[in-house]
Ligand binder design. Structure first.
Ligand SMILES: Cc1cc2nc3c(=O)[nH]c(=O)nc-3n(C[C@H](O)[C@H](O)[C@H](O)COP(=O)(O)OP(=O)(O)OC[C@H]3O[C@@H](n4cnc5c(N)ncnc54)[C@H](O)[C@@H]3O)c2cc1C
Length: 471
């Protein structure tokens, strides 16, 4: 069986690898080929080493609270090479009323913290008595106002949404963005009630099995993981392990029916045939590719919006930086009116990100609400980020390195109606046997979601094939 994967980001590469492994396990001689438009593999995973600094142009790492990516590193034989973030990185900050305030980790610290006013804290404590949720898809902002209060929305949820999605809580769907929180509310009738019950269930499980792994927490939790040479190590390892080397510089232009399978045409005029096609590109690219085959799917895919984000890496001599940078970094609520979404103190998170005696900070600029900020010229972006950094850290020196990595369409936005859109796409896809979609535009934006999807797609490739009797 000939299988083509279009897109050589983590979704495409991990899917190709999962298909190869599945084929091996089934004794199937399936051949998988990956085609990537860009001149390099990795997509949003893009580590650059400049003057001894390890700079992530996109993805910083993954959390070990979900198993998929860790399992992939095990399968690839690079689990022991993983670099676990420093313990200091557990401290996270939120910019609130112009000051960096530590995110409290327990109820006691939360009561003492200045993130919310006494009224805001009281409102949050009333969460168990919140109104019932509406039947319609609810926005993150409406959910937060209903359960936690307007202040918690502004100070806590809004910056969290910026940090993960670079998104706008007023437009994003709770159910699609945070399905676990949606489920906890449904199952336990509230978040605080849910958390208490889950803690109890975990304790009981721990007592019974000696492990708490089977029950996952609702929050992001876990430790951030990468590699000493950067996240691109994962891409390099996948590339080396695939039996057929991925083809780069091969931009797919269309996928059309050809007999029982498909013909994939490329922008340079070349074409290949395959029985199965996995589209692992961003949704807007998949939309272009499928225009001819199915205008309705193409239309739905084009409706998934993306936020623009620029990553701004700045470095100083440690001696010139008055702030201790003692944590992961900080996120910025929209209401603070700053021109950044947040900053990661990279050299505090992973020690080797900067040479001895230097510090590396990476700020995110833009997002769904202020995409135009990400699309300004490099000099303008750099001077605005330097100005914010000076204000918050007290640094006066000129940075010794400044680099902008721009993503015009960085992160897909799961806006209201996203779930219904996916259902319509799935219904249409059922007409196209052997055509599969994956990537971070559908069921989770993180690396762990992409690597978890890879296994599901690999199974689906063979199950559909068996159904048609051609495997
Ligand atoms: C700035 C930034 C930081 C992030 N940080 C994190 C993080 O720390 N942790 C985390 O879990 N997630 C993070 N993410 C989310 C992360 O991007 C995803 O988890 C993951 O990298 C997406 O992988 P993907 O393969 O689905 O998509 P992509 O990485 O976008 O890959 C898609 C690939 O398809 C290719 N392609 C497009 N069109 C065609 C075509 N016509 N023909 C062939 N190939 C094509 C593209 O060139 C690209 O290589 C971050 C995202 C951004 C933008």
């Amino acid at each position: 069986m000939e299988i083509v994967v279009i897109g050589g980001g983590i979704s495409g590469l991990s899917t190709a690898y999962a298909i190869e492994q599945e084929a091996l396990a089934r004794g199937d001689k399936a051949s998988v080929r990956v085609f990537e438009a860009d001149g390099r593999l990795g997509g949003k995973i893009d580590t650059r080493t400049i003057d001894g600094f390890v700079i992530e142009g996109g993805v910083n790492g993954w959390l070990d609270s979900k198993p998929a990516t860790d399992e992939l590193t095990r399968a690839l034989g690079i689990y022991d090479e993983r670099l676990v973030s420093n313990d200091a990185a557990r401290r996270r900050f939120i910019l609130r009323r112009g000051r960096l305030q530590e995110v409290p980790t327990g109820p006691g610290a939360f009561l003492k913290s200045g993130l919310l006013s006494p009224t805001g804290k009281l409102r949050l404590a009333l969460e168990p008595w919140a109104r019932k949720r509406p039947d319609a898809d609810e926005s993150l902002a409406d959910f937060a106002r209903r359960r936690l209060g307007p202040e918690a929305l502004e100070a806590l949820l809004d910056p969290m949404v910026s940090g993960i999605f670079a998104g706008d809580p007023e437009r994003m769907s709770l159910k699609s963005c945070f399905p676990r929180i949606f489920e906890i509310e449904a199952a336990y009738g509230g978040l605080i009630r849910g958390m208490i019950k889950i803690q109890k269930e975990r304790a009981a499980l721990r007592k019974k099995t000696g492990s708490a792994k089977e029950v996952s927490a609702a929050g992001p939790g876990g430790k951030l993981i990468s590699f000493a040479p950067g996240t691109s190590r994962l891409i390099e390892s996948l590339r080396a392990r695939l039996r057929v080397p991925p083809v780069i510089g091969a931009k797919a232009a269309s996928v059309v029916r050809a007999g029982a399978g498909y013909k994939i045409r490329f922008a340079d005029g070349q074409a290949v045939d395959a029985e199965k096609v996995v589209l692992a590109t961003p949704a807007y690219a998949a939309s272009q590719i499928l225009r001819e085959l199915d205008a309705e799917i193409a239309h739905e895919l084009a409706g998934i919006p993306y936020a623009a984000v620029s990553v701004v890496a700045l470095a100083w001599r440690r001696a010139d930086m008055p702030h201790p940078l003692d944590g992961f970094g900080f996120v910025v609520p929209f209401a603070e009116g700053e021109e950044i979404l947040g900053t990661l103190w990279d050299s505090s998170v992973f020690a080797n990100r900067a040479p001895e005696g230097q510090v590396l900070l990476r700020s995110m600029v833009g997002g769904f609400r202020r995409g135009a900020l990400a699309l300004r010229g490099d000099d303008e972006i750099i001077s605005s980020v330097v100005a914010v950094t000076k204000k918050l850290t007290g640094v006066e020196a000129v940075p010794r390195l400044a680099k902008v990595i721009r993503h015009e369409r960085a992160i897909p936005q799961y806006v209201l109606g996203h779930g219904d859109r996916l259902a319509r796409i799935d219904a249409r896809l059922a007409r196209h046997d052997g055509l599969l979609l994956t990537g971070n535009a559908y069921h989770g934006v993180g690396l762990n979601d992409c690597t978890a999807n890879a296994k599901r797609i690999a199974t689906a490739v063979f199950e559909a094939a068996a159904g048609r009797g051609s495997a």
